[in-house]
Structures are given as structure tokens and as C-alpha cells.
Design a protein around this ligand. Structure first.
Ligand code: KG4
Ligand code: ZN
Length: 327
């Protein structure tokens, strides 16, 4: 079995996965959303302190598996350096105590493997990752063969939902809240512009849209509930239209049979529906992770760690450290 740890942002999670069958034997997660919501975003030092309490608390519950653990998988990058460190330190201590090897995992690649929890992997696939920190399209050919086809030039898709929610004083994390408000809103009321519409560039940008929402909020001054819903709906329509416009360019330039969306924001039903329609248009199959594995979790870290284990890709305890950057 592999014991995996995730602490790259505001979720403390530990999983135990059987190597041979890929079966998830244990999976617990403690989210810090409520703790950060009053600040309108994640406070890194508070997050680290909460991980330091939550991770040992969860680990105790996984004790019965210790004799069967063959390796420890842990997210080492990218993320908040102070929170990554909590997981990495625990992973190193476990490796030394249980005398098993360490597997450092790239969190973004972990999200890709959220598609394959408790099942076989499927490659090649074109994969859109939409999370709080990243917006990228990967050409995924196999384990450790992920080429970035497009990425954001500024903010990420998920983060723009968080910011819009904050500007409307609706709470954190913004994604599910904005999506909920959008359901009761008129998505055509505000004509926000789709970023990079006339640019041949295959890249994403969300800073301009965020600014347009801010200006609109200032103009309306006293917002009614309907105003809030209409802003959320109009914002969500344009945020997704931008993603899909650029993804369609990728569909046009290469034959894609299998397409997937992963990451916390892949839980967005409006985005799922629009992407399904795009896939139908181009005869591609859309793959999605189950809702419970879209947001950060240790099950996806364990699933990719199995692949590393099978290939003997271990990290040296002393070489590995938390790294906030992707590379
Ligand atoms: O993957 P994730 O759990 O953490 C990171 O790796 O960043 O993604 C969290 C992000 C947050 O920005 C959150 O607002 C966004 O995913 N999110 C959503 C939805 N659910 C979560 N964004 C849009 N619609 C949603 N339903
Ligand atoms: Zn994530």
C-alpha cells in the first residue's frame, strides 16, 4: 500500500491505496474553508498551523495500515511553501520510521490522476486543469509525459471566481457560491468582453474580466440580490466562453479523441455542460473525475504515486523539499 499526503493549500488529506488493485482503502480530508472564509481567501500561516493539527489527527486514524505501507507519496509542488512543508516533513518522518521510500508528487499531475482513482489510466488525452492556482491545458501522453499546450498569462479561472465572490461579499471559496448565484441570474445582462477574442494566441487571461466586474459593481453601488445573481451569471458565461474559445482552437488544430477537465473548478456544472457540447461537436469523449475528487485530495496523490512506485521513481529524502513553483 501507499500512504499519500496532500497539503498544498487549504485541504489536509491523507489516503492509503492498494498498489496492485488501485483500491482506495482509506481517505480522509479536513478542509479549512470556514477558517479562511472570513478573510476572503487563504491565509498561508493560518493554513500551515491548521495542517499541523489536522494531518497528525488524520494520520492516527490510518495507523492500522502502517505495517503494509511500501512507500509514502507527498505533494511537493506547486503550492504554498509553508503548507507544503507540513506535508513534506510528515512524509519524511514516516519514511524514516517505516523505512520505506519517498515519492514526491507534482500537485498538477496529481489532479490529472484524479481521473483514474480506483481505475486504469487512459492516455493520450488532452486535459484542461482549472484550479485556484492554475489554468492549463496539457497534452498528456502517459505517466510523466505531460506537455503544457496553453496556460494563463495572469490569474487562474478558479481564482477569478474567488475574487468575484469576494467583491460581492459572498464568501470563500467563491467557485461554488458564484455558480449558485449564477443559476438565478440573467447571463446576458452584463456584456463583459471575452479576453483575447481576436488574438491567435492560445493562452488564457482573467485579470481583465475581474476588473470589468469590479467596475460594474462600483457603477451599480447598492447591489440587490438580483444584481448579484446577474453579475455572477454574466461573469460565469464570459469566463467559460473564454476557456472554450481557446480550447476550440486546440480542437481545430489537432484530432482529439479524449478530453478531460480536472481541478477544483471542474466541479462547475455550467463549464461541464458547455465542454460536453464542444466535445460532442468534435466527436470527442469528455472525461471527468467524480465530484468528490475534483478539489484537492490525497487520493489523487496516491493514485499517481502508484505509477511512480511501479517505475521505481523514488525521491531521496534529503533531496526533496517543498517548492511553491511548478518547476
Ligand atoms: O484544485 P483546487 O481544490 O485547489 C487548487 O489546487 O487551487 O481548486 C480550488 C479552486 C478555487 O478557486 C474554487 O473557487 C474553485 O476551485 N472552484 C470552483 C467551483 N468549485 C471550486 N470554481 C468554479 N465553479 C465551481 N463550482
Ligand atoms: Zn489543486
Amino acid at each position: 500500500m501507499i500512504l499519500s499526503i496532500e497539503s498544498s493549500c487549504d485541504d489536509s488529506s491523507i489516503a492509503v491505496t492498494e498498489i496492485k488493485t488501485k483500491k482506495l482503502l482509506f481517505h480522509k480530508k479536513i478542509s479549512q474553508e470556514i477558517d479562511h472564509s472570513k478573510y476572503g481567501g487563504v491565509v498561508p500561516e493560518l493554513a500551515a498551523r491548521l495542517h499541523a493539527e489536522a494531518l497528525p489527527f488524520i494520520l492516527k486514524q490510518a495507523k492500522e495500515f502502517f505495517p503494509y505501507i511500501k512507500a509514502i507519496g507527498v505533494t511537493t509542488k506547486p503550492g504554498l511553501s509553508v503548507t507544503l512543508t507540513e506535508g513534506v516533513v510528515m512524509a519524511k518522518a514516516l519514511c524514516m520510521t517505516l523505512k520505506v521510500p519517498l515519492i514526491g508528487v507534482n500537485h498538477l499531475h496529481g489532479h490529472i490522476y484524479s481521473l483514474f482513482i480506483q481505475k486504469e489510466s487512459l492516455f493520450p488525452m488532452t486535459i484542461l486543469l482549472v484550479s485556484g492556482g492554475h489554468t492549463q491545458v496539457f497534452d498528456a501522453k502517459g505517466f510523466d509525459d505531460f506537455r503544457v499546450l496553453a496556460k494563463t498569462m495572469d490569474d487562474s479561472f478558479g481564482e477569478s471566481f474567488d475574487k468575484v465572490s469576494k467583491m460581492l461579499s459572498l464568501g470563500y471559496p467563491g467557485g461554488p457560491i458564484v455558480e449558485k448565484y449564477a443559476k438565478n441570474g440573467d447571463e446576458k445582462r452584463f456584456n463583459f468582453t471575452v479576453a483575447l477574442l481576436h488574438s491567435p494566441k492560445i493562452a488564457f487571461s482573467y485579470s481583465g474580466l475581474k476588473n470589468q466586474v469590479r467596475l460594474q459593481i462600483n457603477e451599480l453601488k447598492d447591489l440587490s440580490e438580483q444584481d448579484r445573481s446577474d453579475i455572477c451569471a454574466s461573469f460565469q458565461r464570459v469566463a467559460c466562453a473564454h476557456l472554450l474559445h481557446k480550447i476550440e482552437k486546440i480542437f481545430k488544430s489537432s484530432h482529439i479523441k479524449d478530453f478531460a477537465i480536472v481541478g477544483g473548478a471542474s466541479a462547475n456544472l455550467y463549464l461541464r455542460d458547455k465542454t460536453q457540447k464542444l466535445c460532442d461537436k468534435y466527436g470527442a469523449k469528455l472525461h471527468l473525475a467524480p465530484m468528490e475528487y475534483c478539489a484537492d485530495n490525497a487520493a489523487m496523490i496516491g493514485r499517481i504515486a502508484i505509477e511512480a512506485y511501479k517505475r521505481g521513481r523514488f525521491s531521496k529524502c534529503l533531496d526533496i523539499d517543498a517548492n511553491p513553483k511548478v518547476n
